[in-house]
Structures are given as structure tokens and as C-alpha cells.
Design a protein. Structure first.
Length: 262
């Protein structure tokens, strides 16, 4: 019961934070900074192109833009530390499950997965790609790849759910007996799966217009789309694990532990 209450409070607080800071902040900034403002440019590569800084400068408040810049840098550093922590532990977990090289299982005496941590830290060196290309352009590259990779993640999640849905149906399980059963399924999963692929395919549609071609944007927009099926097929070839049929899916093993947590 205590676990359920804590989880409910966490979800509620998280939802309120998203609505207040992300959606609310975006709405306010949209009212204060017009889309035609010439200083709104990623090519600038500095914090002066931040809509928050621009809004304060337009209001004529002296000194506050520097405070906002300091807050943004602190937030970026905090986010980077958090992502480094989660990525290194995720890589350690993959190795523990046999889905990554066993070298990532090495830890220090206190349990710190130092090999996973060092490997994930190497990606910080990609920041130096902004020396020649410019920070704004490099940020746009990674934003393109991250956005499409995120869409492909939700595509995979939708596929997994549809397989789960079919497995329950074939084996005669009543889906309504689960802790949560959406009435929109499986249509919502089909909608998400198709839309994720469609948005990914159209993410760089303007590149194919006359005079708009950009090789770097094409690569960063469509690289995840090319890598995703290659990695899936490659994993199947290496592990030699066939796709499990719906009638053979295991919904019993470890069910007691799962139900205890939910």
C-alpha cells in the first residue's frame, strides 16, 4: 500500500512538473518572443539565442540574462550528470542480462561499474565536433538523431505491446484482469506505431525540395532509421533467437514478483 501511494505521488508530482515547467514555460515564452525574432537562431551557438534570454532582454531587465545563462549551464551540467549515471547503469544492466559484452560487468569494491562509466563518458568527446562546425549546428545534428531515435523507441514499444496483446488473446488470458487495461488498445498501439514511422520518414521532407538539400541534415535525420533494422537483424543473427510465437509466450515465470510490485 505504501509503495502504491509513493508511486502515485511520484507520478502526480512528475506530471505537475511537466505541465508547469515545460508546457507552461513554452506557452509563456511563445507569448513573449515572436517567431520572427532574428536572434532566435541555433547557428549562433551561444546562450544569447535562448528564448528566455531574449524575452528578458526585450523586457529591458539588466543583469538577469546572465543569471538565466548561469541557471541554464547549471541545469545542463546536472542533466549531463544524471544521464551519465543512468546510461552507465543501463549498460551494466544490459551486460548483466547477457545483451552487452561481459567487460561492462566489472565494478569497483563499492559496486561502481567503472568500465560502463568510462565507456559512456567517452561520448562527451563528441562535444569537440562543435569546434569547426559550430555548437548550434552540432546541437541540431544530435537533436535530429535523438528525436528520430526516440520515435523508433516508441515504435518498438508499440510493436512489443501488440505482440503482448496477441499472446494474451491467443492463450485465452483476460486482459481486463491486468492492473491496467486501456480500452483504446490495440488501436492506440497501431496508431502510435504507424505514426512514429511516418513522422520519422517525413522528418527531413524539406531536404528534397529544390535548393534545400543538406547532406549533414540528411545523414543525421535518417541514420537512426537505417541503423535500427540493421541492429535488430544483426542481434537476431548473433543470438540466433527466433521470434517467439504468440502461443509460446511465457506469461507465468516471475509473475509473483511482478504482481507484488504492482
Amino acid at each position: 500500500m505504501h509503495f502504491q501511494l509513493c508511486r502515485t505521488e511520484f507520478v502526480t508530482d512528475g506530471t505537475a512538473g511537466i505541465i508547469l515547467f515545460y508546457i507552461g514555460g513554452t506557452a509563456v515564452i511563445g507569448l513573449l518572443v515572436p517567431h520572427t525574432d532574428q536572434t532566435l537562431s541555433l547557428a549562433d551557438g551561444t546562450a544569447t539565442s535562448s528564448p528566455f534570454v531574449i524575452a528578458i532582454q526585450n523586457a529591458g531587465i539588466k543583469g538577469l540574462p546572465s543569471v538565466i545563462n548561469a541557471c541554464l549551464l547549471t541545469s545542463a551540467w546536472s542533466a549531463a550528470s544524471s544521464e551519465l549515471y543512468t546510461s552507465s547503469r543501463a549498460l551494466y544492466g544490459l551486460a548483466l542480462a547477457g545483451n552487452a559484452p561481459r567487460a561492462f560487468l566489472k565494478t569497483l569494491w563499492n559496486g561502481l561499474p567503472y568500465v560502463s562509466l568510462c565507456f559512456c563518458s567517452l561520448f562527451a568527446l563528441l562535444a569537440y565536433t562543435g569546434v569547426n562546425a559550430g555548437a548550434g549546428k552540432v546541437f541540431q545534428w544530435f537533436a535530429n538523431m535523438a528525436a528520430n531515435a526516440g520515435l523508433l523507441t516508441w515504435f518498438g514499444t508499440s510493436v512489443v505491446y501488440l505482440r503482448f496483446y496477441k499472446g494474451l488473446k491467443v492463450q485465452g488470458y483476460d486482459r481486463t484482469k491486468l492492473p491496467f487495461a486501456s480500452k483504446l488498445q490495440p488501436y492506440a498501439a497501431w496508431y502510435a506505431m504507424i505514426l512514429c514511422v511516418l513522422v520519422s520518414l517525413l522528418s527531413g521532407w524539406d531536404l528534397f525540395l529544390k535548393g534545400r538539400w543538406s547532406t549533414d541534415r540528411f545523414v543525421t535525420n535518417y541514420l537512426p532509421l537505417a541503423v535500427f533494422p540493421v541492429m535488430y537483424v544483426g542481434a537476431k543473427m548473433v543470438t540466433k533467437r527466433p521470434v517467439i510465437k504468440a502461443a509460446e509466450m511465457d506469461f507465468i515465470t516471475n509473475i509473483a514478483e511482478i504482481e507484488a510490485e504492482t
